[in-house]
Every structure is written in structure tokens, then in C-alpha cells.
Design a protein around this ligand. Structure first.
Ligand code: ATP
Ligand code: MG
Length: 459
């Protein structure tokens, strides 16, 4: 509740005053893609600036500036050799202008131009802002003049610099935008998918990113799994509702018919008694079905009431409830303590006993055993067993074997047993007995030590 209030921006009168943020700040940070874009742009820009500053600092010591100084010294020395011979000096200037493709201007110590040379095809003009500037000194060290060298190609003006800055900004814009879009798009997709699922489109799935093992891939997988589970659960609930409605209509119609028979003035006392007894049977069936549904929804709502139980006591209570002689109970003398929901475990056992009575000709034994960290409950019957091809399917919801015929039932009993076993840390099994025939169907429950960890309230 607190969080929701905070999300909607409601202020907490007792909390610290909220920070004031400008509209620009909100614009920059309100969307992840925009945030990433500006963050990446800033990082690239700062990196570029730092790199150029560092390059400048380093070149101050030993980079291109030092090289320029050496070049200037070399040129000064070459011109010093021929300074006093105008012919040689002019030839050297012409050769330097051609070789280096630079305009050359030689000046005397007073700054007057002595000579101008330029590469072939270029006008020889003065060189007010030289690229290289070499002092020419006589052997004694006295400065006799200056050689200036200017680039022939147009120099970097303000326009070119602006163009360069624009180009750099455009590249940063595209790069930062591309990265931000790539990173934010899967999240946007996920938000859309989750919103659709919330709106009831349960078949919607998130597209898995190419890097399926990334955090986003994991998130997409989790969302897809969640959607698949919800879809399956909703489908199962719908199927259950349809099946239960169908299962309830037949006995209810029969009850109505039986009541009309009993109410019929022409019916004798015997026929009325038989009709009432049949009504009772139908009501028992309806009660069992509703009981199974209630048990199932208790598990759906995680409303298990776990308490410490004696497994043998649970088994004998189930036998009594199903009206079976306690002599069928085969349990050890030691107390087998389990932690579980007494009502659900009894329901599971009553279902197994009911199956043995309805499909297997009665209960031969209800066995309780401890095997490792599990307590196993098993019901054996003397019937014809379960066909081998049906064995893998009998725990599926609504599955009824061919032998069930027209006997009442929805095919939910064993599915419920499986859910109850799973919620108690156990599993189910079914097998046909060799030799004497009959089936053996059972489930296990984790012993006290194991299931205690998952226990909620204990009495
Ligand atoms: N002891 C058994 N002997 C032979 N077949 C069995 C036995 N127990 C279960 N089955 C078969 O497994 C099927 C599924 O059992 P399940 O308890 O889920 O449904 P049901 O008994 O038919 O109906 P419901 O329990 O919902 O009233 C049964 O229809 C039956 O064919
Ligand atoms: Mg059953």
C-alpha cells in the first residue's frame, strides 16, 4: 500500500519533504530508453574529451610538437648554409616548396620579405600565419633571418571545426541512440506482453532475445513460463467447472426423479423406501464430489493446515470413514509421525479405499510403512487389476478407465491424491500385484523431519 502510494506520487505527511525536480530532469529520466541514451551520449563525449586532453598533454612532451621543433631546427640549419648565397637560397626554397608542398617565405631580421616561393601551380604569397617557423642563425649564433612555411591547402577555419563537432555529435547521437534502443526495446516488449497477459490474453508470449542467457532472456523466459502456467491453470479450471457441472446434473436429475417417485400417490411404502435410499446414495456421491473439489481448492489457495500426525491413526480414521473393517490395517507398532493436513490426507486415503471398493472388489489391506525419509500408504485390492495401458494415465484429471463403465465418478479421485501427495513432499504410484491379481495404489508423505520445514501452523 505504502509502495503504491509512493508510485502515484502521493506525499507522506510524516516523511521528509520530497526533492524538487525540474521539468528537464523529468524529461531526461522518465523513460529508460531516454535515460540510457543520455547516459551513453555523456559517457562517449566525456571519454572523447578526456582522450583528446590526455593526447594533448602527452604530445606537449614528446609528441608532434617536439617533432615540429626538430623540423624547424633542421630547416633553419639548411637555410643557414645557403643564406648568404641568394641563388642557392632561392633554389633551396623552391625545392622545399615543391617537395613539402608548402609556400615558403624568407624574411630578414627586420621582418622584410626576401623571397617567396610556392609549389608549381600555386600562387607565391606571404605567409602571415606559418605552420612551421625556422630561425636562421649564422655559425656564430647570430640570427640572420627567418624561414616561414605555410600549408597550401586551406587551413582549419571556424566552419570546418563546427562541421567536425557536428559530425562527432551525429555519430554519438546515432551510437548512443542505437545502444539505448537495443537495450530498452526488449523491456518495452516485455511490458507490453505482461500488460496483455494482465488483460486476459493468456496466449501472449515474450520474444526471447538472441542472447537467451542474459538477464533479459531469463526474465522473458520466466514471464513465458508464468503465462504458460496461468494459461494451463485457467484451462484446467474451466475444464473442471464444465466436468463438475456435468457430473452434478446427472445425480441431481436422478434425485428429482426419485423424489417424484416417492411422492407418487400410487407408490407403495417399499418403493418409497427404495427411492429414498437411492436418493441417499446419490447425495453421498454428490457430497464426495464436492468434498474433492473443496480439498482441491484448499490446495489452490495454499490453505493447508499442517499439524503433527500419527500416520497409523490417519489410516484407521480413513478406514472407519469408508466403513471398512480395521482388520485391513497393516501398520508397524512404532509411531510414524508426519506433518500434514489431516483432512486432506484422510480424503486421499478414502479415495484410494473407495477405488478399491468400486473398481477392485474391496479392500484387501491398507499398508502403512516407513521407507527412508517417507511414510508410504498403500491400498491393495483383490480385483482384476488395472490394464497396463491405463496405468500411466489413471492419475490424470478426468481420466476414467474402461472398467469404470457407468459407475458414478468424474475421474478426479486419483488426480486429487496426486496433488495431496505432492503438497506433502511425496508421490503416487500404482501397480498390479503378481500372482493373486488385484491392484496396489498408494502415495507417500515426507516424514516429520523433512516436512517440518514446510509446515505452517503446528499444533
Ligand atoms: N483399485 C483399482 N482397480 C482398478 N482400477 C482402478 C483402481 N483405482 C483406480 N482405477 C482406475 O483408475 C481410474 C481413475 O480413478 P479415479 O479415482 O481418478 O476416478 P474414478 O474413481 O473413476 O472417479 P472419482 O474418483 O472421481 O469418483 C478409474 O476410473 C479406474 O478405471
Ligand atoms: Mg475414484
Amino acid at each position: 500500500m505504502r509502495d503504491r502510494r509512493r508510485q502515484h506520487g502521493a506525499s507522506d505527511p510524516c516523511g521528509p519533504p520530497p526533492k524538487r525536480r525540474s521539468a528537464v530532469w523529468w524529461y531526461l529520466t522518465s523513460r529508460l530508453q531516454r535515460r540510457l541514451f543520455f547516459a551513453f551520449g555523456a559517457v562517449i563525449l566525456v571519454t572523447g574529451l578526456v582522450a583528446s586532453v590526455v593526447t594533448g598533454l602527452l604530445s606537449e612532451r614528446g609528441g608532434w610538437r617536439a617533432q615540429r621543433v626538430r623540423l624547424e631546427r633542421f630547416a633553419g640549419a639548411r637555410f643557414a648554409e645557403v643564406w648568404h648565397d641568394p641563388g642557392d637560397r632561392a633554389r633551396l626554397a623552391a625545392s622545399v616548396a615543391d617537395e613539402l608542398r608548402m609556400r615558403v617565405e624568407l624574411r630578414d631580421t627586420a621582418g622584410a620579405t626576401l623571397l617567396l616561393r610556392a609549389p608549381v601551380g600555386v600562387a607565391a604569397t606571404r605567409c602571415p600565419r606559418p605552420t612551421l617557423r625556422a630561425r636562421v642563425a649564422a655559425p656564430g649564433g647570430a640570427v640572420v633571418g627567418e624561414a616561414r612555411f605555410c600549408s597550401v591547402d586551406p587551413s582549419w577555419g571556424g566552419g570546418r571545426t563546427a562541421l567536425l563537432v557536428l559530425a562527432v555529435l551525429a555519430v554519438i547521437w546515432r551510437m548512443a541512440g542505437g545502444i539505448a534502443r537495443r537495450m530498452a526495446r526488449p523491456l518495452d516488449d516485455l511490458v507490453e506482453v505482461v500488460r496483455d497477459i494482465g488483460d486476459g490474453r493468456l496466449d501472449r508470449r515474450a520474444r526471447l532475445p538472441t542472447h537467451g542467457r542474459s538477464e533479459l532472456g531469463l526474465l522473458a523466459r520466466v514471464v513465458n513460463d508464468m503465462a504458460a502456467r496461468i494459461e494451463a491453470q485457467v484451462a484446467a479450471q474451466r475444464e473442471l467447472l464444465a466436468a463438475v457441472s456435468h457430473e452434478l446434473r446427472s445425480p441431481l436429475a436422478r434425485v428429482r426423479f426419485l423424489l417424484e417417485t416417492a411422492r407418487d400417490d400410487g407408490a407403495d411404502a417399499g418403493a418409497r423406501a427404495a427411492a429414498i435410499s437411492e436418493v441417499e446414495d446419490e447425495l453421498v456421491g454428490i457430497d464426495a464430489l464436492v468434498g474433492d473439489l473443496l480439498a482441491s481448492s484448499r490446495m489452490d489457495f495454499q490453505a493447508l493446515q499442517r499439524v503433527r500426525l500419527d500416520a497409523t491413526e490417519v489410516a484407521s480414521r480413513a478406514l472407519s470413514k469408508a466403513g471398512v473393517d480395521l482388520a485391513a490395517l497393516d501398520a508397524p507398532d512404532e509411531v510414524l509421525t508426519i506433518v500434514g493436513d489431516a483432512t486432506l490426507l484422510t480424503t486421499a486415503l478414502v479415495n484410494l479405499i473407495g477405488n478399491a471398493q468400486r473398481h477392485g472388489g474391496g479392500v484387501r489391506a491398507l499398508r502403512v510403512r516407513r521407507v527412508g525419509s517417507l511414510v508410504r500408504f498403500e491400498v491393495e485390492d483383490p480385483g482384476g487389476g488395472i490394464p497396463d495401458d491405463e496405468l500411466p494415465r489413471i492419475f490424470e484429471p478426468f481420466y476414467r478407465g474402461a472398467g469404470a463403465g457407468r459407475r458414478a465418478g468424474a475421474g478426479l479421485g486419483l488426480a486429487l491424491v496426486r496433488r495431496i501427495a505432492a503438497s506433502h513432499g511425496g508421490e503416487v504410484w500404482a501397480a498390479n500385484l503378481s500372482g493373486g491379481g488385484g491392484a496396489c495404489v498408494g502415495f507417500s508423505v515426507a516424514c516429520e523431519a523433512q516436512s517440518a520445514g514446510v509446515a505452517s501452523p503446528q499444533r
